[in-house]
Design a protein around this ligand. Structure first.
Ligand SMILES: Cc1cc2nc3c(=O)[nH]c(=O)nc-3n(C[C@H](O)[C@H](O)[C@H](O)COP(=O)(O)OP(=O)(O)OC[C@H]3O[C@@H](n4cnc5c(N)ncnc54)[C@H](O)[C@@H]3O)c2cc1C
Length: 370
């Protein structure tokens, strides 16, 4: 069988891309696993982009209106009138996208693991059997440890982190996500508590399993109240190139991931649109240019991450004092954008009083963010 486009990996981004391409191309998707979904992922997606990307209401488990930020010794709350983020069932989202793609004529090959390219064809392994599929274009949407990236020699010096995420039974405010920043427990990343309902929340972090367990204790959640536990990985950085010959990378495979929060679903889908345009124009080389917004956000996020890693918990406490002030909260509540962190930072730094206070904590913070 020969296709115009073969997508390797049926995660949210691969399935989304299959839908985008189905009308204009003969498309196939190959997936290593025998079923969709199941990856460690909290499934928080910015509400505005969820709607804009046309994703299904049926996969939304909860709508989040605000966030409570905790440091070691203080906390502040950001509350909006309308939902800012959705907590999504990844399996339901991926099934919905795949079923629609099949309905549009896309062929799926499940339980088929891409092994590499040979004589211009993709070589797959399916239950011990070797299959070859030929296509004009190959798209690696196979996640952070992409085999397609390896096959085209794409390299990264990015930072790889292990992530732990559990569904825990307890008592939660279903409207608010909790964000805990405590470098004494976890110097690598923040902790999140994202409620699915009043009774269940998805609790996670990136770093060590020990840090995760220490957080459960502080948050007064019992390890024995965990009803689902998953581990996964994420990488922050740049992987190059995104295109080599007739092969392109998209989503986590191209490290299109926010280094601020580790969210990758929206950025991968944004870039899927740019990839579609480049394929339609027959100019795969233009794909990266179409991802300008995502590249700008990633480069900001990497600077933000460097600052975060260089800060002590005392610095964090002082930044919390600024961000928890009435003026900063007013800016965040009025102008913060879930997926556009450059805009959010600019809005804060435009306020002379906030800018002066942040410079006092560390001029490097402001210099790097600007
Ligand atoms: C703990 C944790 C929490 C997260 N929370 C969030 C969140 O709240 N919001 C958010 O936006 N992002 C979150 N992320 C990141 C998010 O999971 C990724 O950005 C997202 O899954 C990227 O989608 P993708 O389709 O590019 O890749 P993936 O979801 O990784 O999908 C890749 C697919 O390719 C398949 N595959 C891999 N290798 C092969 C092969 N050789 N042959 C065939 N198929 C293959 C895999 O089985 C998989 O189905 C989180 C990540 C982690 C680890």
């Amino acid at each position: 069988m020969r296709y115009d486009v073969l997508i390797i990996g049926a995660g949210p981004v691969g399935n989304y891309l299959a839908n985008l391409l189905a009308r204009d191309f003969k498309v196939a998707v190959v997936e290593r696993k025998g079923s969709l979904g199941g990856k460690a992922c909290t499934g928080i997606i910015g509400a505005e982009n969820y709607e804009r990307l046309g994703l299904p209401e049926s996969a939304v488990l909860n709508k989040l209106r605000g966030a409570v930020f905790y440091s070691r010794i203080q906390s502040f709350e950001i509350e909006r009138k309308s939902p800012q983020a959705y907590l999504v069932d990844r399996k339901a989202l991926e099934r919905w996208l795949a079923e629609r793609a099949v309905g549009k004529g896309v062929d799926y090959y499940m339980a088929a693991a891409f092994q590499g390219f040979k004589n211009g064809k993709a070589v797959l392994q399916r239950f011990g059997e070797r299959i070859e599929i030929e296509a004009d274009f190959y798209i690696g949407a196979d996640g952070v440890n992409s085999t397609v990236a390896k096959a085209i020699g794409a390299q990264t010096k990015g930072e790889f982190l292990s992530g732990y995420e559990a569904e825990v039974v307890g008592n939660f405010n279903p409207d608010f996500v909790e964000v805990w920043v405590n470098k004494d427990i976890n110097p690598e990343f923040f902790f999140w508590v994202a409620p699915v309902s009043e009774r269940v929340a998805r609790v996670g972090t990136f770093g060590s399993l020990d840090a995760f367990h220490r957080f459960l204790k502080i948050r007064m959640l019992k390890p024995t109240s965990i009803v689902e536990f998953k581990a996964g990985s994420v990488a922050f950085g740049v992987r190059k190139p995104w295109v080599r010959g007739n092969v392109a990378l998209v989503g986590d495979a191209a490290l299109q991931i926010k280094p601020t929060t580790a969210g990758g679903i929206v950025y991968g889908m944004y870039c899927a649109h740019a990839l579609r345009r480049a394929l339609l124009d027959g100019r795969l080389g233009d794909y990266e240019k179409g991802c300008f917004f995502v590249k700008k956000q990633i480069s900001f996020g990497l600077r933000f991450r460097r600052i975060f890693k260089g800060m002590s918990q005392d610095d964090i406490e002082r930044v919390f004092e600024v961000l928890g002030s009435p003026e900063a909260r007013e800016v965040i509540e009025g102008q913060a954008d879930f997926d556009d962190h450059v805009r959010t930072a600019k809005a804060i730094l435009k306020r002379p009083k906030l800018l002066a206070r942040l410079i006092k904590i560390s001029p490097a913070i402001v210099r790097n963010l600007l």
